[in-house]
Design a protein around this ligand. Structure first.
Ligand code: NAI
Length: 329
């Protein structure tokens, strides 16, 4: 079977190459172009395509893929907010994803961001490089005995909850379902209680209509002063303009973001030589207590190997009409 692999980076080829040897039936062709309506017709004649977080897998793209004979879409990621699931079902295109490749890879980055903004590690690194050994601007707080609030306790949220427990934190959580594996040490509370009690809030729920902009000025005002907010889930969980207002109200000790609303178009691109016409990301970065990384939560050796393995197994399953827990449509 032939699979067209959109937006392929060197690291994709490195992680998929060796795993592909175990799945010789899958012939992969890698291209640089991102999947969007303009590029969807490139997949004409392929059985399936493989796409990532910044792809536009909306109705128009799916229709063009379908017209070109594409039968399945392999998302090489967990989130699928960029896929029009209903349209895929209507067209009979099978869509599969990699739901749980390495929750610790994202959770460990979430804690890394929390520590970095708390202790201003990005600032400290630059100060010492400049021969400035003063401590100005570096004072943080202990996490030990503080309260961590985890929003969404699926695979990644549960891993983050375990990490926070390891730091000696009290762990509270909000989710529409309780995760039984956490019952020994996590106390479930309402979202408002979580906002009011947490010293560290980490977002791990998916982006959906009812979670879009769940962090806004109203929810920020319910948080403790001096809270740390970390988002490694999806940028649009947070209303960026209102986050900026909250930062200006001095609400936050720190904000660590691996995902941000403007990331489409930026993610994994080198735009260092460009002049940005308008950028709320740049405005966010003007604050001393904000650190942004660009969607690198999944980027560990273990996670990449697991993504490649599951994606190619998904290709085999899609071609053989096998449904699994990885199906979105
Ligand atoms: P998961 O499906 O295992 O867990 C999501 C949890 O969120 C579930 O327990 C679900 O019940 C809960 N949830 C659903 N609606 C909710 C709501 N309205 N309020 C609170 N909780 C709600 O997903 P997983 O694997 O833990 O991934 C979480 C998110 O992390 C993904 O949706 C994805 O957007 C993001 N992600 C980010 C990566 C990165 O590189 N930064 C990599 C992988 C995933």
């Amino acid at each position: 079977m032939k699979v067209l692999f959109y937006a392929a980076k060197i690291y994709d080829k490195k992680s998929f190459g060796p795993v592909n040897e175990k799945f010789p039936e899958v012939q992969i062709e890698y291209i640089d172009h991102e999947l969007e309506p303009r590029t969807a017709s490139l997949a004409e004649g392929y059985d399936g395509i493989c796409a990532f977080v910044s792809a536009d897998v909306g109705a128009e793209t799916l229709q063009i893929l379908h017209d070109g004979g594409v039968k399945f879409v392999l998302m090489r990621c967990a989130g699928f907010n960029n896929v029009d699931v209903e349209k895929a079902k209507e067209l009979g295109i099978v869509v599969k994803r990699v739901p749980g490749y390495s929750p610790e890879s994202v959770a460990e980055l979430a804690m890394g961001l929390a520590l970095a903004v708390n202790r201003r590690l990005y600032k400290a690194y630059n100060k010492v490089r400049e021969n400035d050994y003063t401590l100005k601007g570096l004072r943080g707080v202990n996490f030990y005995k503080k309260t961590a609030g985890i929003v969404g306790t699926g695979k990644i949220g549960a891993a983050m909850a375990r990490i926070c427990r390891g730091f000696g934190m009290r762990v509270i959580a909000y989710d529409v379902y309780e995760n039984p594996s956490l019952k020994d040490f996590v106390e479930y509370v309402s979202l408002d209680e979580l906002l009011a009690q947490s010293d560290l809030i980490s977002l791990h729920c998916p982006l959906m209509d009812n979670t879009y902009h769940m962090i806004n000025l109203e929810s920020i005002k319910k948080m403790k002063d001096g809270v740390i907010l970390v988002n490694t889930s999806r940028g649009a969980l947070v209303d960026t303009d209102e986050l900026i207002e909250g930062i200006r109200l001095n609400k936050f000790l720190g904000v660590g973001l691996d995902v941000y609303e403007e990331e489409t178009g930026n993610v994994y691109e080198d735009r260092s030589d460009e002049i940005m016409a308008h950028s709320v990301t740049a405005r966010l970065l003007s604050f001393p207590n904000v650190m942004i990384t660009s969607h690198q939560g999944f980027y560990t050796m273990e996670a990449l190997a697991s993504i490649a393995e599951t994606t190619l197994q998904n290709a085999m399953d899609a071609a053989n009409g096998v449904s699994t827990g990885n199906d979105i449509a």
